[in-house]
Design a protein around this ligand. Structure first.
Ligand code: FES
Length: 355
């Protein structure tokens, strides 16, 4: 069971006691006592590194040299290595602040858009191949986001929040009121199963957004974009962004699903291709297509499609990878074996929410 569903801890707004967070660089900021360190920073527009916000990517790792936090998860089972644990590293997205803290983390030199809550209405609901819902929501006011970012959605009045990436091209500074999400139905998914049972157009919905930094890469270079299942959603947004900002560079999209029956979003991929037919390559690959079927395309795992025949220099290109945790780890390993430096790989790993 997998999905883009990610849990995001609610801020306890009722607790107004403040804790001071001092950075090694000399800067400082305050968060509410019991607030998650990352959320407290983002709430104030501080460019704190993060991607998943749920403890899987390791991007928010922070060295804690003084003060006390309460971890929401067992850090021994997180992406932190034993050595990092010994050195006092914690995951800021999973650390409730209990006291003033002294920390060491390198803030981004890229401005972040402040996440904020907003309300809207479901305006589009379409069941696609592979039990994926193409959901469109129109919000009451305009907001903006960067390519590859996501929002945490909840039905109005519900505490069940799940995070899903925007597939639309990122809007300009004027923002947009309507966005789309690709959501895989999970048999017991409290959000996705509820969503999939009926056409939900007209239902009010709530969102906090935007989150994530996967698409941030300001270097003009070829892009290898890899999406597993609904991980194609942020990849679509990133691909549009690359074509707009770096029209001379190639965009190669590898889209992995199980079988032909699961090949959703081909129309959206085709729209990317039509923008620059010579520069865009779309490579669907099927992992469980029945032998002997009429499929003449690639078979295997997405890692099988990453090879020397990609017609780009992987040592110079950037990669944008989104999918479940094992897939993303395997892709990262494969790219590194083929010579791509780690800092050119941008990844968003998702795990099932379990609910
Ligand atoms: S582990 Fe904290 S943002 Fe991903």
């Amino acid at each position: 069971m997998l999905d883009t569903e990610k849990r995001v801890e609610r801020i306890d707004a009722s607790n107004t006691a403040q804790c001071t967070i001092r950075l090694k660089s000399g800067e400082s900021f305050s968060v509410h006592k019991n607030e998650l360190l990352l959320m407290g920073a983002l709430r104030q527009g501080i460019s704190y590194p993060h991607t998943c916000t749920v403890g899987t990517c390791g991007r928010c790792k922070t060295k804690l040299s003084h003060g006390r936090i309460s971890p929401l998860v067992d850090f021994a089972l997180s992406p932190l290595t034993n050595r990092e644990l010994e050195q006092g590293y914690v995951l800021a997205c999973q650390a409730k602040v209990r006291t003033d803290l002294d920390i060491d983390v390198t803030l981004l030199d890229h401005d972040l858009i402040l996440p904020r809550p907003m309300a809207g209405e479901i305006t589009g609901w379409r069941l696609l191949e592979g039990d994926v819902i193409d959901l469109r929501v129109r919000f009451d006011e305009a907001f903006t986001f960067q390519p590859g970012q996501y929002g945490a959605l909840a039905v109005s009045g519900s505490y069940v929040r799940r995070s899903f990436s925007f597939y639309d091209p990122a809007p300009g500074p004027e923002g947009t009121r309507e966005v789309g999400f690709l959501i895989k139905r999970l048999p017991q998914g409290r959000f996705s199963d509820w969503l999939a049972r009926f056409d939900r157009r007209g239902v009010r919905i709530w969102m906090e957004a935007p989150f994530g930094q996967m698409g941030i890469d300001d270097v003009a270079r070829d892009a290898v974009c890899i999406g597993g299942g609904t991980g194609i959603s942020p990849v679509l947004s990133i691909a549009h962004d690359r074509l707009t900002r770096f029209p001379k560079n190639k965009v190669i999209i590898i889209f992995g699903v199980r079988s032909q029956a699961d090949l959703f979003a081909l129309d959206k991929l085709d729209a990317v291709k039509q923008r620059a037919p010579k520069n865009v390559t779309i490579l669907p690959i099927l992992s469980h297509e029945p032998a002997g079927s009429a499929w003449r395309g690639r078979r295997g795992l997405v890692t099988d499609a990453i090879n020397e025949n990609l017609k780009t220099d992987l040592t110079k290109a950037a990669a944008f990878v989104c999918g479940n945790l094992p897939m993303v780890v395997a892709v990262e390993d494969r790219l590194k074996v083929l010579g791509m430096p780690e800092d050119q790989i941008h990844a968003d790993k998702f795990e099932p929410s379990g609910l």
